[in-house]
Design a protein around this ligand. Structure first.
Ligand code: 5AD
Ligand code: SF4
Length: 514
């Protein structure tokens, strides 16, 4: 179906819906929007992968829409992961090309977009809270456009709820529809009905979207989209579609561009970066090959996230061990330390193979810091199984961990599992895990007291504008006093005091390091 046909059908669907609603014969929302909205469906989603992904290099905001936003301001509120941060930069770029200006205040915004996260229920609750707040503002300023995008808009239940309870929302669009923003924004401004466009199809790769990057020190570089791993608790494979890798030459050009523009650090992004290249049919090329090329570009620091242990191969380890601008920090989500739970999660590795992989990485990169993600309270997790997680954390001596209580996500296999673990027990497990994680983190920080470390100065610290904050190559947060002119520079800092989650330090002359 081409764009024109799709649009026509969408209009028909909307009209049928509006008529049924008027006559009180409204059916479930998904019954109407066949072309623009298909709910997440594991069976269907697993059938992915056969059709080719097209790469488009010709995106442009149409000439006729370049003044749509003239005299108007937008604000994008981003929730969730770096991928959403990245997408928000694209949306901001598009809106700027449409003539909008950006603002940091909701009071003078004409357009407010909520770029949402669906990974856990509390992330969704936060967004619904915000949608609720905006209701009063919409009542006072009916011309305000409120849009909901990102991962939550890919969920049928969320779209239904917004349709039924939050008529103040003007626009809903999905993660595969970002390039459609000029048309959607124009429709939202012109239409009295809620504009909804959520494609469940995987989406092509749109290379030439405009980009308004936040900051000039660190840049996100997306290397792939989607995830095909289908861990049983995770909604990402449904909200972000199948794995699609960007062409290496496009990624390398983007990194070169950032280097030329003075960026000091880039982070290569993907839901599962270790699967990079598997879908590139015409070449045998993986993350290791890509990093080996990026290593040669004159940019001081290169990070990557997120890894899946299953696809972390020896070639990548070999390349990372070359160091240089490839920093020694490995984020390797483990999720659980118990083999039965790992199996139920469909992680497809064991505790033993994870530890063995970490050992290989540590051997090649002895100074690397290790961080991880852990879920406690997966359905029916026993005390013994949880203790396996504790013992793994102890054995791995992580530098820091992101820890979560399992949150059932509609449409995922784990959400159908019965769960006999009371919430208080899950909360207590999280508390016990965090206690261990914090102790380890404090211990790791203590070990660098007195050391001189290279720090990339990111800006003022969150707590005190007189203090600057930056990160070491190993991703430790350091606070220190220095002139503001240091922001964006790589400097050397002597660590004077270790805290649980951060370090305090004093700037030293580089000469002292030698
Ligand atoms: N419940 C709790 N945590 C989750 N994560 C992903 N899905 C869920 C869920 N349903 C966590 C995983 C993942 C991180 C980004 O979020 O630990 O690595
Ligand atoms: Fe979710 Fe990550 Fe598993 Fe993909 S690899 S399904 S994003 S937890």
């Amino acid at each position: 179906m081409n764009e024109e046909q799709r649009k026509k059908q969408t209009v028909n669907e909307k009209e049928t819906y509006a008529a049924d609603k008027k006559s009180g014969q409204e059916k479930d929302f998904s019954q109407y929007f066949q072309t623009t909205y298909v709910p997440p469906n594991l069976k269907q989603a697993k059938k992915r992968g056969k059709e080719n992904v097209e790469i488009h290099y010709d995106f442009e905001v149409p000439e006729s829409m370049r003044e749509t936003g003239k005299g108007k301001k937008f604000l994008i509120r981003t929730y969730g992961c770096q991928m959403n941060e990245h997408d928000s930069e694209n949306m901001a770029g598009i809106l700027l090309d449409m003539g909008f200006e950006s603002t940091a205040s909701t009071d003078d915004a004409d357009v407010i977009l909520l770029n949402t996260c669906a990974i856990r229920e509390n992330a969704e609750n936060k967004v619904f809270g915000e949608i609720g707040h905006l209701k009063t503002m919409k009542r006072e300023r009916p011309e305000l456009i409120i849009g909901v995008c990102g991962c939550m808009s890919q969920e049928e239940s969320v779209v239904n709820k917004i349709m039924q309870k939050h008529q103040q929302v003007d626009l809903i669009f999905g993660t595969h529809n970002i390039h459609r923003l000029p048309h959607l924004m124009r429709d939202a401004i012109l239409s009295k009905e809620m504009v909804i466009e959520v494609w469940s199809k995987e989406g092509d790769i749109i290379e030439s979207m405009p980009r308004a990057r936040k900051g000039q020190i660190q840049g996100w570089v997306n290397i792939m989209y989607g995830c095909d791993k289908f861990c049983t608790y995770c909604i990402v494979p449904y909200t972000r579609g199948k794995e699609r890798s960007r062409r290496p030459e496009d990624i390398i050009e983007e990194v070169r561009h950032l280097a030329r523009n003075g960026y000091k650090e880039i982070t290569l992004l993907g839901q599962n970066v270790n699967a990079y290249g598997k879908d590139l049919a015409d070449m045998n090329y993986g993350l290791g090959d890509l990093m080996d090329e990026i290593r040669k570009i004159d940019i001081p620091r290169v990070r990557f996230t997120t890894s899946h242990p299953r696809d972390f191969d020896d070639h990548l380890i070999e390349v990372l061990a070359k160091g240089g601008n490839l920093v020694e920090h490995i984020h390797l989500p483990v999720q659980s330390g118990n083999n039965e739970v790992l199996k139920l999660m469909a992680r497809k590795y064991t505790r033993e193979s994870y530890i063995e992989l970490a050992g290989r990485i540590k051997k090649a990169m002895p100074h690397a810091s290790f961080t991880t993600d852990i879920i406690v309270g997966f359905p029916n997790e026993t005390e013994e199984q949880f203790e396996d997680t504790l013992s793994l954390v102890k054995e791995m001596e992580y530098d820091s961990c992101f820890t979560y209580i399992y949150s059932p996500r509609d449409g995922t296999p784990a959400a159908k599992m019965e769960d006999n673990v009371p919430h208080e027990v899950k909360r207590d497990r999280l508390r016990r895990l965090n206690e261990m994680v914090n102790d380890l983190s404090a211990k790791k920080n203590k070990a660098v007291e007195g050391k001189i470390m290279e720090v990339l100065v990111e800006g003022e610290s969150k707590k005190d504008p007189e203090v600057l904050a930056g990160r070491t190559r190993t991703n430790r947060l350091v606070n220190f006093k220095a002139p503001k002119s240091c922001i964006g520079e790589l400097i050397h800092v002597k660590i004077t005091e270790a805290k649980t989650w951060s370090l305090n330090g004093q700037v030293v002359e580089t000469a002292e390091v030698k």
